[in-house]
Design a protein around this ligand. Structure first.
Ligand SMILES: [Mg+2]
Length: 380
């Protein structure tokens, strides 16, 4: 079996799909979306396609090593996202070739279903804001039966903020707890927007509502700063959606900088590397909660690893509304869990006609930008 064609699709701002076709008609799909940099991975996939055409798609590890190691410059979010999408598509082909879901090729399922959380929160305490938030909570509980949610403090955060700003966020956090009760888990994503001092201060203000974890309290690229926050906060801290490959996670593990990691199946090196990162984390009693704020193909890829590794805690998903349309998964979210698919491959059908309708390139695809009141750049 040989790879004969690699096509790319860009149907939504946050959905860049790759399709690998073999000479015997098998097709594998992967997602190489890089949020806010939609054109960059396209060029990288094109370059890597030159290498993959004519190769045996079942030699996944060999191709992973070639793409990662053989061209001298390694890593970076563009190359790793391109590699991730291609790796997922190769696993999809392997599953279809051997007639099994991908998790069976990863050692088999260690659990019967995979727990997921959705994005929900209260950011706006006006009557209208609260009504909107209530509606989304009801929708998520009805459609997916979720029992865990994640919210973020909205907008930009300076090195320090006046009490009113902090109090507003703290009030929202306690109100969320009041609405859902003590059986439901609530996490917060600080989006790496804070300094260690501010993050620690805010974490102490919200500790009474018992968060499940706080994610990226500070940016991901200084492991010591992350550990400083962890050491001063009495609940779990998480990081990892912007860390790529085992090499970037190594220090997080060795310093025991966080309780949970969040590698992204479409950025960290695909299914192959996500599994290896999870296995490495197991040694440090660190659980994985794979990041996924893009499409259902990426979510499927994460889910197969979640099914096959012991140190999995929970899977991120935006919500059921992100699962419809272009890709129809062969799995469902029931009572807050993904029921493992039994179909060969990654387990979804792509509506190729829909996928072929390109998303218009607009400036918004480059992401929102934040500036301080003095005109200086604030973190996203
Ligand atoms: Mg995040």
């Amino acid at each position: 079996m040989k790879i004969v064609k690699i096509d790319q699709f860009f149907p939504r701002p946050r959905m860049r799909l790759v399709k690998i076709t073999t000479d015997n008609g098998l097709v594998g799909w992967g997602e190489s979306t890089l949020e806010n940099k939609p054109r960059s991975t396209m060029a990288a996939v094109e370059e890597l396609a030159d290498y993959l055409i004519g190769k045996d798609p079942l030699r996944i590890e060999h191709h992973w090593q070639h793409i990662y190691r053989s061209a001298f410059f390694r890593g970076g979010n563009v190359l790793m996202s391109a590699l991730s999408g291609l790796d997922q598509a190769l696993w999809d082909i392997s599953g279809k070739h051997y007639g099994v879901p991908v998790y069976k090729l990863l050692g088999g399922a260690v659990r019967d279903r995979v727990r997921v959380y959705a994005h929900w929160g209260i950011n706006d305490l006006s009557d209208e804001g609260l009504a909107k938030s209530k509606d989304r909570l009801t929708y998520l509980q009805k459609t997916g039966g979720y029992s865990a949610f994640k919210a973020g403090p909205a907008g930009k955060w300076r090195a320090h903020e006046p009490p009113a700003r902090i109090d507003q966020f703290v009030k929202c956090a306690y109100l969320m707890r009041e609405w859902v009760g003590p059986e439901v888990e609530i996490a917060f994503d600080f989006h790496g927007k804070m300094t260690p001092a501010l993050a620690i201060e805010i974490c102490h203000e919200i500790k009474g509502m018992r968060p499940m974890f706080v994610e990226e309290p500070v940016p991901q690229d200084n492991v010591d700063a992350m550990k400083l926050v962890s050491d001063h906060v009495p609940f779990p801290i998480a990081t990892g959606e912007r860390l790529l490959s085992r090499w970037e996670f190594r220090q997080v593990f060795e310093k025991q900088a966080v309780a949970y990691i969040q590698p992204d199946g479409s950025h960290a090196g695909g299914i192959s590397e996500l599994k290896r990162i999870a296995n490495m984390a197991e040694v440090y009693y660190i659980h994985i909660m794979p990041h996924c704020a893009i499409g259902p193909v990426a979510l499927s890829a994460c889910m197969h690893v979640d099914a096959a590794v012991p140190n999995f805690l929970i899977q991120e998903s935006v919500g059921p509304d992100w699962l419809t349309g272009i890709a129809q998964p062969a799995w469902q979210i029931v009572n807050g869990f993904i029921e493992l698919p039994t179909v060969p491959g990654l387990g979804f059908e792509i509506d190729e006609k829909e996928a072929a309708k390109p998303a218009p390139y607009t400036e918004e695809l480059g992401g929102e930008h934040f500036y301080e009141s003095d005109g200086s750049v604030a973190d996203w």
